[in-house]
Design a protein around this ligand. Structure first.
Ligand code: SF4
Ligand code: SF4
Length: 190
C-alpha cells in the first residue's frame, strides 16, 4: 500500500483524502500548519479530525474552523473534531506523521467520538406493530406496560443508551410515530 493510500480516512466506507482537508484548512489566514487525520468513531469507524497550529497572534474557535471547512467540503469530509496544538510530530524528512497526531489529543479529551441519541416515540401514534424493534440492531425497544387511548401497548425506548443512531427504526415505522435525534458529539476544544 502506498503512503497516500495508507493515510486515507475511512468514514463508513467513504475514503477521504486528508490532503484535501489540509488544503482547505490552510486557506485560513490564521493557520500556520494543519493536518487532517481519521480518529476512531463508534458509529462510522473513523471521523475526520483536524489538528491546527495558528500563526503567532492569531486565534480561531473550533466553530469557526468547522464553518470554514463546511463551506468548502462535502459534509462527510468536514472535520468533527478540531484540536489546536503547537507541535506537530514530524519524521526525519520533515513531513508530518499523521498517525502520531492522535498522540496529541489532550489527555482530558476522549480519543474516540462518543455519540448519543434520543429515541422519541409518540405513545399515542404508536400502533405497536413492532417494526422498529424488528430492525433495531441494539435491542433498544421493548413494549410499554400501559395501553394508549387507541388500545395499543406502544413501544418504549427502554435502553436508549444502546442506540447507535442508525435510523433503521425511523425508516421502518409505518406510522411516523418515532424520531431519533443526535444528542452529543464528544470531542474538540474551544
Ligand atoms: S436508531 Fe438504530 S440503534 Fe437506535 S433505536 Fe433506532 S434502530 Fe435501534
Ligand atoms: S414501528 Fe412505529 S408504530 Fe410500530 S411499534 Fe415502532 S414506533 Fe410503534
Amino acid at each position: 500500500m502506498t503512503g497516500r493510500k495508507k493515510e486515507l480516512i475511512n468514514r463508513a466506507g467513504e475514503k477521504i483524502s486528508p490532503r484535501e482537508i489540509d488544503e482547505v484548512l490552510h486557506e485560513l489566514p490564521a493557520v500556520e500548519l494543519a493536518a487532517a487525520v481519521g480518529v476512531p468513531d463508534e458509529l462510522y469507524g473513523e471521523e475526520v479530525a483536524a489538528f491546527v497550529r495558528f500563526r503567532p497572534g492569531w486565534k480561531l474557535t473550533v466553530s469557526e474552523v468547522i464553518a470554514h471547512c463546511r463551506a468548502r467540503l462535502a459534509e462527510f469530509k468536514t472535520p468533527r473534531r478540531v484540536f489546536f496544538i503547537s507541535q506537530f510530530p514530524k519524521g526525519p524528512n520533515g513531513k508530518i506523521q499523521r498517525a502520531r497526531l492522535l498522540e496529541k489529543i489532550p489527555r482530558d479529551q476522549p480519543r474516540a467520538i462518543v455519540k448519543k441519541f434520543r429515541v422519541i416515540i409518540s405513545a399515542e401514534s404508536c400502533k405497536a406493530c413492532g417494526c422498529c424493534a424488528g430492525v433495531c440492531p441494539r435491542e433498544v425497544f421493548s413494549v410499554s406496560g400501559q395501553f394508549n387511548s387507541r388500545g395499543f401497548r406502544p413501544m418504549s425506548a427502554a435502553r436508549p443508551e444502546q442506540c447507535v443512531g442508525c435510523l433503521a427504526c425511523y425508516y421502518a415505522c409505518p406510522d411516523f410515530a418515532l424520531d431519533v435525534e443526535p444528542l452529543t458529539v464528544t470531542g474538540g476544544a474551544n
